[in-house]
Design a protein around this ligand. Sequence first.
Ligand SMILES: NC(=O)c1ccc[n+]([C@@H]2O[C@H](COP(=O)([O-])OP(=O)(O)OC[C@H]3O[C@@H](n4cnc5c(N)ncnc54)[C@H](OP(=O)(O)O)[C@@H]3O)[C@@H](O)[C@H]2O)c1
Length: 285
Amino acid sequence: MQNAGMAALGLNWRYLACDVAPEDLPAAIAGARAMHFLGLNLTVPHKLLAVSLVDELDLSAETWGAVNTIRFEGEDSDGNWRPLAELSELRGPVRSRGFNTDADAIVRSLSEDLAIEPRGARVLLLGAGGAGRTAALRLADEGVCALWLINRTEDKARELAVEVAGRFPAVEVQVGYPDSAVEIVLNATSLGLKAEDALPLDIGRFPLNRADVVFDMIYRPAETPLLHAAKRAGCRTANGLGMLLYQGAAALELWSGCPAPVEVMRTALQHEIYGPKPASAPDAP
Ligand SMILES: NC(=O)c1ccc[n+]([C@@H]2O[C@H](COP(=O)([O-])OP(=O)(O)OC[C@H]3O[C@@H](n4cnc5c(N)ncnc54)[C@H](OP(=O)(O)O)[C@@H]3O)[C@@H](O)[C@H]2O)c1
């Protein structure tokens, strides 16, 4: 999707994927800076490690405690730090600046793919790993009214509930299933990656027809057992393709300073993940 987006913007850039062991991450970032790469994306398990490795943290990375995008910057003739892509010549040092584009991508996908705004919503969040934590904090920041957290390792859900309550006192947060209906069920567990996986929630405790929308961060398969069950229960659904797309589109905008060609990137992503005839990702809002 990045190469398609860059080509559509007329940029003679290439996006490459490299496997990097966690112990080599400092050398990988330093090497990219030395070679004047314009930027990097990082995925699990590097997002937390990178927080202490970049020269500067953008507010987004500071707020959500994870870096998924790095932009390399140099000084212009007035001594202001600019993205390398905007400098015609490079005089002094290069610095790395860490951003987080994942958190906003969750809210954007809910809004654009499911036409639902989290403000004032009641949300059942499944999972308290890295993605679950980001989702809980970002949704709390967006002004959800109540958040229920479920996680296999309940202690992690409790820790997250304490963090949310401390940072966002207006949000009613608890560990367990809601007794009443919710607007949003959001799966941030890895359950559903495999066809034989169990559902990430106990539908005896929370029948899915009590939810308006069900959002699954997993995008492969296009329809997880949770999304299948949610559709049968009459919920509107979306998988994680939109989230993946929007975090990438935001990264391209940070590197290039240009609006990302989102539909070009979406088509490329669908083609890459689902093949030439894309499976329908989100329901039409
Ligand atoms: N669409 C996107 O752009 C996007 C972005 C990020 C992540 N994701 C997806 O989100 C999911 C979580 O990613 P992550 O980075 O948060 O991973 P993570 O930090 O490893 O967390 C994994 C989560 O899944 C739970 N889990 C794993 N195996 C389980 C099982 N057998 N039964 C019940 N719960 C289980 C874990 O519970 P415990 O705490 O008990 O281990 C934890 O809550 C993944 O499927 C990933 O592909 C999608």
